[in-house]
Design a protein around this ligand. Structure first.
Ligand SMILES: Nc1nc2c(ncn2[C@@H]2O[C@H](COP(=O)(O)OP(=O)(O)OP(=O)(O)O)[C@@H](O)[C@H]2O)c(=O)[nH]1
Ligand SMILES: [Mg+2]
Length: 487
């Protein structure tokens, strides 16, 4: 997502690097490149035009701030304007409405309505402590009811047993009654999709909306980010014919150029509220324009990374590990648990993109899958080890090594390699803890990130790639606490 756009922006900013101050002359090329980058990302041309005018006006009106160089100033202007066109800050749905509050999910065929209905239900229950009833109301395609029921069962959320011979507006009314009886706070109504914006469907949705009018329903449009500009037109049509209160961008994990995210708010005036990014129920995020602008400009998104980490990291487990580390104990079992926590945060690539400056580095590296595969192989080897072995790998003699190799479908050499790498890591961890106790201070973020994350050692070989700044090259030579390059 946004990879090409980020790369193009980085190129554009080179135009002003090293310039004394921003002038009409020296920003001309940069602005031109920014414009092309946005158009190529499939951003609506009117949005681009306004964006460029605002950027120019701001850049030329900007006072020269002592100590801030022009290219940094320019990047800041672009950042703020990007956030502005996407809506500045997150606008979540109003959750303080009296129960039962209806949420209607609408959108084209296959946009991801049913999937999103499940994700939203799960989020509202686990984060907002709301009682939810899911309501299938797709009367065009009977199998849609089964799909929602199965999904609801998987996440243990109640699903209304809709009578599909009824009009969706009557289904909604019946569901409201049932929800009140069950003490629910919110009902999420999953509606039918059509291939194109179609008057019959629009009429039906208007009827449902009208029947719920007194409850002030939330009408959320699920827009497929993969179809770019087209999803902007869809949002416009739905808003004009039904009236929507929010947009959800779905399939943001796919190879989208970003046009939908950057245009919809500006074109329709309706806020983008959530992002659906993946097929599992947890691939759900609040839409934060400011953070997204940061990600697009390779500034990372540390706030989201920390929030995510707080969500998935088991605090007690982490504290137990820390205590062990203080006693200079670092076992294979600990290593496995750390790797599992990492995987819960997402793919290595998605984590790295949230770290400032890593986006550019990633573009040079290209593919992180070798490191990711290496991690998978290690996990398989570890899972073939016994508890005793995981607690003390030094008991691993030739016969145990052979058994683990067989059990994990790897070679004796693979297992030996893993053990020697682990021995190295253990030594490094010991060294790091000694340093901490000796008052040497925390190793810097760079050290932690450079070699501390399992799999990151893989990056070492790529650090000397052309196009990198001298600063990054120098950083690459530093060794992480676990030594880096242990793959
Ligand atoms: N990669 C990815 N796939 C998604 C996402 N959301 C939905 N999908 C997939 O897209 C397909 C359609 O999703 P549904 O949720 O059934 O879409 P829908 O809008 O309910 O479709 P209809 O009810 O037929 O109109 C399914 O294969 C989903 O797994 C997403 O955020 N990312
Ligand atoms: Mg559906």
């Amino acid at each position: 997502m946004f990879d090409t756009l980020s790369g193009k922006f980085a190129e554009a900013f080179k135009n002003i690097q090293g310039k004394g101050k921003i002038s009409e002359d020296n920003i001309e090329n940069a602005v031109k490149e920014v414009r092309t980058a946005l158009l190529e990302a499939d951003v609506n041309f009117k949005v681009v035009k306004e964006f460029i005018e605002n950027v120019k006006a701001k850049a030329l009106g900007e006072k020269v701030i002592r100590g801030v160089n022009p290219s940094e100033q320019f990047v800041k202007i672009i950042h703020d304007e990007l956030a502005k066109i996407m809506g500045e800050a997150n606008e979540e749905i109003d959750l303080n409405r009296p129960p039962v509050h209806p949420i209607l999910i609408v959108g084209l065929n296959g946009a991801g309505k049913t999937t999103f209905s499940g994700k939203l239900a799960l989020y509202l229950r686990s984060k907002k402590k709301k009682q939810i009833l899911l309501v299938p109301a797709d009367t065009f395609r009977p199998a849609a009811k089964d799909q929602l029921q199965t999904l609801a069962k998987n996440i243990s959320i109640d699903c209304f047993d809709s009578d599909l011979t009824m009009h969706p507006k009557d289904i909604a009314a019946a569901a409201m009654v049932e929800a009140k009886k069950l003490g629910k706070d919110i009902i999420i109504i999953d509606t039918a999709g059509r291939l194109h914006v179609d008057e019959e469907l629009m009429g039906q949705l208007r009827d449902v909306k009208r029947s719920l009018e007194k409850y002030n329903p939330e009408i959320l449009l699920v827009a497929d980010a993969m179809i770019g500009q087209e999803s902007v037109n869809v949002a416009k049509s739905f808003n004009e014919s039904v009236g929507i209160t929010g947009v959800i961008l779905s399939k943001m994990d796919s190879d989208t150029r970003g046009g939908a995210a950057l245009s919809i708010r500006q074109v329709t005036g309706v806020p983008i509220r959530y992002v659906s990014a993946g097929e599992t129920m947890k691939d759900f995020e609040l839409f934060h324009p400011d953070r997204l602008a940061g990600r697009i400009l390779d500034m990372g998104d540390v706030v989201s990374l920390v929030e995510k980490a707080e969500d998935v990291i088991d605090k007690e487990e982490a504290e137990r590990m820390m205590k062990n580390l203080e006693k200079n104990r670092f076992t294979v079992d600990d290593f496995m648990k750390q790797m599992n926590m990492m995987s819960k945060l997402g793919s290595m690539e998605s984590i790295m993109k949230m770290i400032p400056g890593m986006g550019g580095l990633l573009r040079n590296i290209g593919d992180l899958s070798p490191a990711e595969n290496e991690m998978k192989k290690m996990k398989i080897i570890i899972s073939s080890m016994t508890k005793e072995e995981k607690n003390n790998y030094k008991v691993m003699g030739p016969s145990r090594i052979e058994r683990v190799a067989k059990g994990s479908g790897s070679t004796v050499q693979n297992v030996k390699d893993f053990l020697s790498k682990f021995a190295q890591m253990e030594k490094m961890v010991g060294g790091m803890m000694g340093m901490l106790k000796g008052g040497g201070g925390m190793p810097g973020m760079d050290a932690l990130m450079g070699g501390g994350m399992p799999g990151m050692g893989q990056l070492k070989g790529f650090r000397q790639q052309p196009g990198q700044s001298g600063k990054e090259k120098k950083k690459g030579k530093k060794k992480g606490p676990w030594g880096g390059g242990y793959f």
